[in-house]
Design a protein around this ligand. Structure first.
Ligand SMILES: *Cc1c(COP(=O)(O)O)cnc(C)c1O
Length: 466
């Protein structure tokens, strides 16, 4: 190190001098955090000077860098993103966007005491499920209901309660894996029952179930094959026939529906998906479904059906480990309330609002934004418009696609590298933009960009070129 370097080291302000000048930061982030950020930055400056670089000793510049460090460190790790993947219920991007009513309900109970487990009429301890049980029954026609952490928990709890140590016949065509960690055979094993495989991958008949049933059989289960479909030479047994068979053998018939749809999707121009009501009417003793798939609510699992079975499920000690917290219960109740007014449902529930968005409306938005995005991205990129297919997501109706429109971005030089770089930059924006890289094109499907977020989306793109 030369003389100049030694002088630079001596000129660096001390930790205490810097702290004296950063009292508002100390008040905001705390003494320890500011001290360690200061030490870390001084350490970097010293190391750079010792390796021959010329560094500033200007107090205000040093303060500014420390401030930036602290700001970055205090950013929440879990944050909102723009989901422009075209997958409406994206399991990696938080699934259903909650309705305003659900968000308000969460805020109402989050900050203070509430009657979560308190019966206001009787003035004594109450049941946390009571707040939404009657609502679920009203909407589905079920006798009783209970709610847990998610649908995987609903399956686990139901099997553990009703089939512990016993056999459960399931069609080989329904032994599905959903989202990597939920595999029907695995969850059955963990719930303490044994899987009794019946039929074949493509064809299962009523007699396959009938032959499998013996005194060790706890129940019959149908698993919705949510995320894949077997086509061609196939046979599945209608639920009404499975219900009759189960009843004849005095065992329950349980349907893991996955999605948990409560409305006639066809009337909204969407692909048909069985409703919870119909499945119960067809004779299911219990139906299990997710809160954050087609239902459009928070992460939850709903179990609805026969009162005697629900009572047993509620008494299982595992219920305590899998129960919902007050904030989720509030959101779920508010979401279900929206279903009482079908006329306003689509406009109030983001999941349905996004799924039913007309292709033309997305295309108009793409046409409007393409020139703006193009000028913000600069000469290095070309922005075109493309017809694409959105998906419902979360394994719901995987084969069915929704016609949509996207900004289609390519690198002016035709290479992949600038495109990957752009995708990475987009992910680093304050509100990261997540698109889909496909065959040398970055597609931003605007189906999920609602009008109120449009300006924010465009505004932060200008940060890309800074
Ligand atoms: C999605 C799904 C599950 C798991 O539901 P989560 O709410 O994600 O836990 C279970 N079964 C079926 C058939 C599903 O589609």
């Amino acid at each position: 190190m030369n003389k100049n370097g030694q002088q630079q080291l001596r000129d660096l302000p001390s930790v205490s001098v810097i702290l004296d000048h950063m009292q508002s930061e100390v008040a905001l982030w705390g003494h320890d955090a500011v001290t360690s950020a200061t030490r870390a930055h001084l350490e970097e400056l010293r190391a750079a000077i010792q390796s021959g670089e010329s560094m500033t000793s200007d107090l205000s510049i040093i303060q500014q860098t420390i401030r930036e460090r602290l700001t970055i460190a205090s950013q929440p790790a879990l944050k909102p993103v723009f989901n422009l993947t075209g997958i409406v219920l994206h399991s990696n991007l938080g699934r259903a966007n909650l309705a305003d009513a659900a968000i308000d309900a969460m805020c109402r109970v989050a900050g203070g005491a509430n009657n979560l487990e308190f019966d206001l009429d009787k003035g004594q301890r109450g049941d946390r499920d009571s707040h939404i049980e009657s609502l679920i029954c009203e909407l589905t026609g079920a006798e009783a209901a209970t709610v847990v952490n998610n649908n995987a928990a609903a399956v686990l709890l139901t099997l553990n309660t009703l089939a512990l140590g016993k056999k459960v016949p399931v069609s080989r065509g329904e032994l599905v894996e959903i989202g990597g960690s939920f595999r029907v055979p695995d969850i059955m094993e963990r719930s303490g029952c044994s899987l009794d495989e019946v039929g074949t991958t493509n064809r299962t008949h009523l007699k396959d179930y009938a032959n499998a049933i013996d005194t060790d059989t706890a129940l019959l289960m149908r698993v919705h094959t949510s995320n894949y479909r077997i086509e061609g030479f196939t046979n599945t047994v209608p639920e009404s026939e499975l219900a009759t068979l189960a009843q004849a053998n005095r065992i329950p018939f349980v349907v893991d529906m996955g999605c948990g749809n409560l409305i006639d999707l066809k009337s909204l121009g969407l692909p048909h998906e069985a409703t919870v009501q119909q499945t119960l009417a067809d004779g299911a003793d219990l139906v299990l479904f997710s809160g954050d798939k087609l239902l459009g609510g928070p992460q939850a699992g709903i179990i609805a059906g026969r009162a005697d079975l629900i009572a047993r499920i509620k008494q299982n000690p595992l219920k305590r480990a899998l129960r919902l917290d007050k904030v989720t219960l509030a959101a779920l109740e508010a979401t279900l309330q929206l279903y009482r007014n079908p006329d306003e449902l689509v406009s109030r529930l983001p999941t349905l609002r996004l799924l039913t968005r007309a292709e033309d409306s997305v295309r108009d938005q793409v046409n409007k934004l393409a020139p703006k995005v193009s000028s913000l991205l600069g000469d290095q990129y070309r922005v075109d418009t493309a017809s694409v297919s959105s998906q419902i997501g979360s394994g719901a109706l995987p084969i069915e696609v929704l016609p949509s429109a996207a900004l289609s971005i390519t690198a002016a030089n035709g290479e992949d590298e600038p495109l990957r770089e752009l995708a990475a930059h987009l992910r680093r924006l304050p509100k990261p933009v997540i698109g889909r890289l496909h065959n040398g094109v970055l597609l931003l499907d605007l189906r999920c960009l609602e009008a109120i977020h449009e300006d924010a989306f465009i505004e932060q793109l200008s940060e890309l070129t800074q």
